[in-house]
Design a binder for this molecule. Structure first.
Ligand code: NDP
Length: 328
């Protein structure tokens, strides 16, 4: 196995997309508790951007990517439950953007029959995120009214489908008619083109007949935060899980009181994958939904690893729908 060599997407120093380069690298060997995987597909995520830019400080150079799926080619010491040839995937493994990637077995799950490796790579990070938001952060029940921003995006399309599956009602936002159509196609009950309305909070209020939403799932951040907060019913919850438009500035806690004894949380996937059991529970539920067709994965673009900069340009430039994959 020692002569395996393949391309890897390297971040040479903190910065923009120009710091990305593709290098051929030796696969190496898995250490104790690790697997060497031949990667079929790598998920493109905002966290890659934050790590590349240094928003999340990183030692450079490093191999980019956090999410992937592929086939086990070598097994390190002390690993149980995996065999060479197994199809696997993972949501949070730095160094995923390479043909060969060494990953800790504890953070890797099997991909069941009925789910292809592209779909597995596409659904790990965003799918587990949508899962924890609707099952744990604010559990959706029959009749729950949920606001989902950027509903044509990666997490957005999954959230809409999961809320509907649990019996909730979705008020969705998206930028432009085409993305609104996508959100509608995923099952959203009311869709607002937030680039076209002057008063977003008023538009959401109208969609709920003045009732307000039980929960706002907001991954857009700066541009939608105020409207999300204003849209909540008394004692409603704002789950601010991202900041694709920029970080929310410092916030006066008193607004939670005047808004109606509101709840605000800033959740992140790692805290909802506390241990192996939680990872397996979430992955199993998400994969089951993919396999039985109740969760449709929309891959909005596949890019050769060498075109990774273009994939990130499209994601950051708000041009994409669904999930982007890199093919190493
Ligand atoms: P998306 O596919 O949703 O892409 C981002 C979308 O956000 C865009 O397509 C765009 O949709 C919207 N958007 C609004 N304003 C901007 C802007 N100024 N620049 C760029 N995009 C903008 O991405 P993901 O599904 O991968 O991620 C969504 C959010 O979820 C991100 O903030 C990400 O960091 C976060 N996240 C958080 C996790 C967690 O555990 N906390 C885990 C995974 C993701 P439109 O054109 O419709 O406005």
């Amino acid at each position: 196995m020692s002569d395996l060599i393949g391309p890897a997407l390297v971040v040479t120093r903190p910065g923009g997309r120009d710091v990305l380069t593709v290098e051929d690298r030796a696969a190496g060997h898995p250490g104790e508790g690790e697997l060497l995987v031949e990667v079929s597909a790598v998920g493109v995520n905002f966290i890659d951007v934050y790590q590349r830019e240094g928003v999340y400080p990183m030692q450079t150079p490093f191999v980019s990517g956090n999410e992937g799926a592929g086939t086990v080619v070598e097994i390190g010491a002390g690993v149980d439950g995996f065999a060479v040839g197994d199809r696997v995937a993972w949501p949070q493994g730095l160094g995923s953007a390479a043909r060969y990637s060494v990953q800790p077995a504890a953070r890797v799950v099997h991909v069941p029959a009925g789910v292809d490796l592209d779909d597995a790579a596409a659904v790990m990070l965003q799918g587990l995120t949508a899962h924890y938001l609707v099952r744990s952060t604010f559990p959706v029940e029959e009749g729950t009214v949920a606001l989902v921003h950027a509903a044509a995006g990666g997490v957005g399309q999954l959230l809409v489908q999961m809320v509907k599956r649990l019996g909730g009602m979705v008020v969705a936002t998206a930028g432009g008619p085409e993305k609104c159509e996508t959100a509608r196609g995923r099952g959203a009950d009311h869709v607002i083109d937030y680039r076209a309305v002057a008063d977003l909070a008023a538009a959401i209020d109208e969609a709920t007949g003045g009732r307000g939403v039980d929960v706002a799932y907001d991954g857009v951040g700066k541009d939608t935060f105020d409207a999300s907060l204003a849209s909540l019913r008394p004692r409603g919850t704002l789950a601010l899980f991202g900041a694709s438009s920029g970080q929310v500035p410092p916030f006066d806690i008193q607004r939670l009181n005047s808004g109606g004894s509101l709840f605000l949380t800033r959740p992140t996937l790692g805290h909802y994958l506390r241990d192996r059991a939680e990872l397996e529970w979430r992955a199993d539920e998400v994969f089951r939904q993919v396999a039985d067709g109740t969760l449709e994965i929309a891959v909005g673009g596949r890019y050769d690893l060498r075109d990774a900069a273009r994939a990130y340009e499209d994601l950051e430039g708000r041009r994409t729908q669904g999930k982007l994959l890199l093919l190493p």
